[in-house]
Every structure is written in structure tokens, then in C-alpha cells.
Design a binder for this molecule. Structure first.
Ligand code: CAA
Length: 382
């Protein structure tokens, strides 16, 4: 693996780092406390090209590779994981999905507005009875002439409260299970679409999440993404890409927790010494540093495989599984090193701890990642 970053990769990392530290870090605590969507900074990120990093320039994106996406997302998430979540949905769950599976007309229509930050996208797979068991969906589309009529309820839709467009997965034939599923592009201004209340969450509180309701929502057949029956595979393929993004987000949170801990260990005194001179603190810092580096390498490796057109389901799941566990470990260590101050809302440490936790749940729990890794591994050696 060659991780000598190209000039382009260094530039996007620098751009994201500078924007994140200047514009996002100063407002992150306020938006977290209010649980408010950060429209202004998200719009600016779009203007900088951060909402469609891998989308080709002809569709309004930055036309860069997956490693560029990962480098930028880590920097944004280091300043604020909520911004990282919103960025990852627009880039991978929505943008990559439409780019990979949309028709040229669908790409023209939907990619530019989201990649440029003028509009927000969402991806809606989960339902109240089907989270990990994603194929067991009940929201149904019934063909009617040159359209489909959709009825049902979706849950835990990241960016649902602010989405202009939703990439929606439904069943068209429940008897066929996952082979009876389809994907559609939903315009949230159309009749028959409604949003539930914004979920009150433990972390990533500035990223808005809600239920979506479909009551005889009529969608033209031209808005179907892929063919009838392809929905589940489209959803899974997109999640493979999305999981690389969540791994990068987790590395960003872990890095923020680590850097704050190093600084505190060099300043805080106890028993007449800086606490960084005590072995108990040193070992925590050593474990954090080592695990973060390993998580970053797994994430870069998955990104490189995706860019090179290699199969990467297993790599994406390994990166997401490991990096999410490192993020929660690093945030926990950071609280321990900071003591009472780590538990206080005066510092961002407790936010890192709350934000890190979701990375082990969304876009597939750690248990689902282990399932994917095990299945892929068994296939390799069968
Ligand atoms: N890429 C392409 N195709 C895939 C695939 C992948 N990664 N994974 C599975 N498939 C295909 C299989 O090859 C199979 O195809 P055939 O029918 O041709 O054989 C088909 O899909 C069914 O596969 P499985 O039998 O493996 O399906 P399963 O029901 O056992 O489920 C699973 C597999 C890995 C558990 C899957 O259901 C899964 O990933 N679940 C977690 C879902 C998830 O991550 N949800 C989070 C949603 S998004 C979110 O968090 C909210 C948000 O807004 C961010």
C-alpha cells in the first residue's frame, strides 16, 4: 500500500482542516447544545466542494478520489462529528448512490444541487421493525400506470428533517423478500410525504434525524433508481461505501480526543509533576496513539481498494468496526485523563464521548460488521 499523499490529497486535507478549525470548531458546542442543524456551515462546505468530493466535475462535484474524501471527512469530524455525519450522508449515502446507480438524467438532476451544498440528500432504508434485518421492509410501492404509489413508514433517517431529496428503499413484492425491493428518488415537496419529530439523540445532536411517512405518495417510474428487485443490492453496495466514511469520521473523533489529552497531560500537574510524566497516563496515550494509527490505516486501505475498483465490502466493514471501537475507547480515555474536566460541558471531551457512540451503531452495528467480515472471510477460504 502506498500512502504517499498526492498534492491533490494534501490540498483537500488542508482545505478541510482550515475550514473545520476556523468555521466549525468555534460553533460546534453551541449547535450541539441547541440540537440545531448548522445550515450556514453546511452550505459553505458545499461551496468548497466538500459535499460531492468523489462526484465528477461534470455533475458539480470535486472529481477527487476516495482517499481525498476520507482525509477531508476526518478533518471535519475532528472539529465536529455532526458536520461529519451530514457530510457523509450527502457524499456517500446519497451522492455515491445516485452516481453509481442513477441514469444520466437522474445524475444531472440530483447530483449538482447536493454536491454544491444548495440542497440536502438523505438515504432511507431502516424501518421500525427492520434495522439490522434490512431486507425485512414493509414500506411498499405499488405500480400504477407509469408511476408507483408508496405507503409506509421509515425511521432513523439521518438528515431526514432537512432533506430535499431522499433515496428511498421499499418493497414492491414482499413475498420475494430482498429480491422484491426497489429504490426511488423522493422529492420531499410532493404530496403524500411527511416527516416525524426530530429524534432527541445522545450525540451528533446537530445532525437531524427523524421518521418519514408515505401516504399514497405518487412517484413517476422515471424516478426509480435501478430496476425493480435491485433495491437491496443497491442499498448494500452504497452502505459499503458509506462505512468507509463512518470509519473516517470515527478516526476524526478519536484524533480530537487524543490531541486534547496530549495537551492536557503536558499542562495539568498533580503530585508536583505534569500528569504526562505518570506511567498510568502515558500508557493510555500510547494505546490511543497506536489504535488510532491502526484505524486510520484500515480506513485508508479500504479507500484505496475502492478507488482501484477492487472488492472492498470486507475492508470497509473492518475499518468501520475497528475505527468506531477506537473512537469510543479514545473518547473514554480522554475523559479519564481530564478527570472532572472531561465530564464537564466546559470542554468538548464529553461531546466526543457522546458523538463517538453512534459510530458503533449506524450504517450497520459492530455486530453486523463482524457478520460481513466473517461471511466474506469464509467465502475467501471456501
Ligand atoms: N453488495 C452487493 N450485494 C450484496 C452485499 C453487498 N455488500 N451484501 C449482500 N448482497 C447481496 C447478496 O449477494 C445476496 O444476493 P443474492 O440474492 O443474489 O444471493 C443479497 O444481497 C442478500 O444478501 P444476504 O443473504 O447476505 O442478506 P441478509 O438478509 O443475510 O443481510 C446483512 C445481510 C449484512 C445483515 C445486511 O442486511 C446488512 O448489512 N444489515 C445492516 C443494514 C444497515 O447497515 N442499516 C443501516 C442503515 S443506514 C443508517 O444507519 C441510517 C442513516 O441514515 C445513516
Amino acid at each position: 500500500m502506498d500512502f504517499d499523499l498526492t498534492e491533490e490529497q494534501q490540498q483537500i486535507r488542508e482545505l478541510a482542516r482550515e475550514f473545520a478549525q476556523k468555521e466549525i470548531a468555534p460553533v460546534a458546542a453551541e449547535f450541539d447544545a441547541k440540537g440545531e442543524f448548522p445550515y450556514e456551515t453546511i452550505k459553505k462546505m458545499g461551496e468548497l466542494g466538500l459535499m460531492g468530493i468523489e462526484i465528477p466535475t461534470e455533475y458539480g462535484g470535486a472529481g477527487l478520489d476516495t482517499l481525498c474524501y476520507v482525509l477531508a471527512l476526518e478533518e471535519i469530524s475532528k472539529a465536529d462529528a455532526s458536520h461529519g455525519t451530514i457530510m457523509s450522508v450527502n457524499n456517500s449515502l446519497f451522492g455515491y448512490g445516485i452516481y453509481k446507480f442513477g441514469t444520466p438524467a437522474q445524475k444531472q438532476k440530483y447530483l449538482e444541487p447536493v454536491a454544491s451544498g444548495k440542497k440536502n440528500g438523505a438515504y432511507s432504508l431502516t424501518e421500525p421493525q427492520s434495522g439490522s434485518d434490512a431486507g425485512n421492509m414493509k414500506t411498499r410501492a405499488v405500480p400504477q400506470g407509469d408511476a408507483y404509489v408508496i405507503n409506509g413508514r421509515k425511521s432513523w433517517v439521518t438528515s431526514g428533517p432537512v432533506a430535499d431529496f431522499v433515496l428511498l428503499f421499499v418493497t414492491v413484492n414482499p413475498e420475494l423478500k430482498h429480491k422484491g425491493t426497489s429504490a426511488f428518488m423522493i422529492d420531499t415537496t410532493q404530496p403524500g410525504f411527511a416527516r416525524g419529530k426530530v429524534e432527541p439523540k445522545l450525540g451528533i445532536r446537530a445532525s437531524a434525524t427523524c421518521e418519514l411517512f408515505f401516504d399514497n405518495y405518487r412517484v413517476p417510474a422515471s424516478e426509480r433508481i435501478g430496476q425493480d428487485g435491485d433495491g437491496f443490492k443497491i442499498a448494500m453496495t452504497i452502505l459499503d461505501a458509506g462505512r468507509i466514511g463512518i470509519a473516517a469520521q470515527a478516526v476524526g473523533i478519536a484524533q480530537a480526543a487524543f490531541e486534547a489529552s496530549v495537551k492536557y497531560a503536558q499542562e495539568r500537574e498533580a503530585f508536583g509533576s505534569k500528569i504526562g510524566e505518570f506511567q498510568a497516563i502515558q500508557w493510555m496515550l500510547a494505546d490511543m496513539a497506536t489504535r488510532i494509527e491502526a484505524a486510520r490505516l484500515l480506513t485508508y486501505s479500504a479507500a484505496l481498494k475502492k478507488t482501484n475498483g477492487e472488492k472492498y465490502s470486507r475492508d470497509a466493514s473492518m475499518a468501520k468496526l475497528y475505527a468506531s471501537e477506537v473512537a469510543t475507547f479514545a473518547a473514554d480515555c480522554a475523559i479519564q485523563i481530564h478527570g472532572g474536566m472531561g465530564y464537564s460541558k466546559e470542554l468538548p471531551i464529553e461531546r466526543y464521548y457522546r458523538d463517538a457512540r453512534i459510530t458503533r451503531i449506524y450504517e450497520g452495528t459492530s455486530e453486523i460488521q463482524r457478520t460481513v467480515i466473517a461471511r466474506e472471510t469464509l467465502k475467501t477460504f471456501s
